[in-house]
Write a protein that binds this ligand. Structure first.
Ligand SMILES: NC(=O)c1ccc[n+]([C@@H]2O[C@H](COP(=O)([O-])OP(=O)(O)OC[C@H]3O[C@@H](n4cnc5c(N)ncnc54)[C@H](OP(=O)(O)O)[C@@H]3O)[C@@H](O)[C@H]2O)c1
Length: 349
């Protein structure tokens, strides 16, 4: 295992590495972007930093319009009086509901907005087993893996088209917020699935296999395995002229609402640990700004951490891991095939 993916590697980064701010000369004037889950936490902080760099048009993609409006108001209020007032819009996007995801992308397609980047930041860390009612899948699996995969797949052809339509401009970027915890996932559900010949999604939806300490890590690993397969399925032409895809790790941060379901003594211990080991959410958000608007071409297909490429979790490097990675890809497509014309979508990416 590379040092990066070990616990000492994690502690080294948390205590000794400080991702730098975007250079003050960076100008995002004339650029437009989307940030999902931007009403709070890392998404909010990244939005503030992007606007601070002069971003002209920002879409706050949020599941609660009222929270989005409050964020919009506070983001605009925090800009210096001398700044050119950007367009900040609040669009509904509920990752718990496939129809909301398809409607969001349709709205984008029907608008005349040329998106320079989409930062897919929304995510959950559920410490309780919760079923996402519209789809009947366990919530963290739904949001962090399946729904984020659908959003990625639907946005890809839209941004690819923009990339090829504006040859002299930098290629648009889809940056997805992952986590270094993917490398620590026990992911024992994969063994159960193989042993019992049961689909992985079915095993993950079974409460008896829910490990509260591992599920978030596993959900982030599942998206990472999907990402690797997706990039592998891109044609050479799309890889070299289409949208740029990267996965970013912000590091362990305090000051966000990610662990809102950690209650009682456990919540207090986790909160204390975050204050000791964690970096501020504003520092973590620097890495999201970097992956969306600074990393560019060299970041295509890469996993970024502390503003530079780092090692993926390495799960698919072993024979059995590779088999599971392909299974994850196939199961993602068959699940999303219930919602969209998946063959048509795959032919476009
Ligand atoms: N904080 C860390 O230490 C850390 C470390 C590594 C990676 N990350 C990743 O960073 C991302 C942001 O996390 P954070 O720490 O900023 O957490 P956060 O403060 O809880 O923010 C999460 C955002 O996602 C949104 N969201 C949750 N469920 C959604 C849904 N069904 N549809 C649409 N939006 C939804 C939330 O909206 P509501 O407010 O309406 O719920 C919120 O805006 C996540 O992907 C997380 O996994 C965080």
């Amino acid at each position: 295992m590379p040092f990066y993916n070990t616990y000492p590697g994690f502690l080294y980064r948390q205590f000794l590495v400080c991702p730098s701010k975007a250079p003050s000369t960076t100008s995002l004037q004339g650029k437009a972007g989307i940030v999902t889950g931007s009403n709070t936490g890392l998404g909010y902080q990244a939005s503030a930093q992007l606007l601070g760099l002069g971003l002209s048009h920002l879409i706050l993609a949020v599941r609660s319009i009222s929270k989005g409006e409050a964020a919009r108001k506070s983001l605009l209020a925090s800009l210096p009086a001398s700044a050119k007032v950007p367009v900040v819009e609040v669009w509904e996007l509920d990752l718990g509901n496939y129809a909301s995801i398809t409607a969001f992308v349709e709205r984008l397609k029907n608008s005349s907005i040329q998106v320079d980047f989409a930062l897919l930041n929304a995510g959950v860390a559920n410490f309780n087993f919760t079923i996402n009612q519209p789809t009947f899948h366990e919530s963290s699996i739904q949001i962090n893996w399946l729904s984020t995969a659908l959003l990625t797949l639907l946005l890809l052809p839209v941004l690819d088209q923009q990339a090829t339509g504006s040859l002299n401009l930098p290629r648009p970027v889809i940056s997805i917020v992952g986590s270094e915890t993917a490398a620590w996932a026990k992911f024992s559900e994969a063994q159960v699935s193989t042993k019992e010949g049961t689909p992985l999604i079915k095993v993950l939806d079974d409460k008896s296999h829910f490990d509260m300490g591992d599920r978030y890590y596993t959900s982030k690993l599942l998206y990472q395995l999907f990402f690797l397969e997706l990039f592998g399925h891109r044609s050479n032409a799309k890889r070299s002229t289409g949208a740029i895809l990267n996965l970013v790790n912000p590091g362990f941060c305090y000051g966000s609402e990610l662990h809102r379901t950690a209650e009682g003594a456990f919540g207090k211990v986790l909160g204390g640990m975050k204050r000791v080991i964690g970096r501020s959410v504003s520092m973590g958000a620097r890495t999201l700004v970097h992956s969306s608007v600074l990393a560019g071409e060299p970041s295509n297909g890469k996993y970024l951490s502390d503003n530079r490429p780092a090692s993926f979790a390495g799960y698919g490097d072993s024979g059995p891991g590779r088999v599971t990675q392909v299974q994850v890809w196939k199961e993602t497509l068959s699940e999303l095939g219930l919602v969209v014309d998946i063959d048509k979508l795959l032919a476009q990416i």
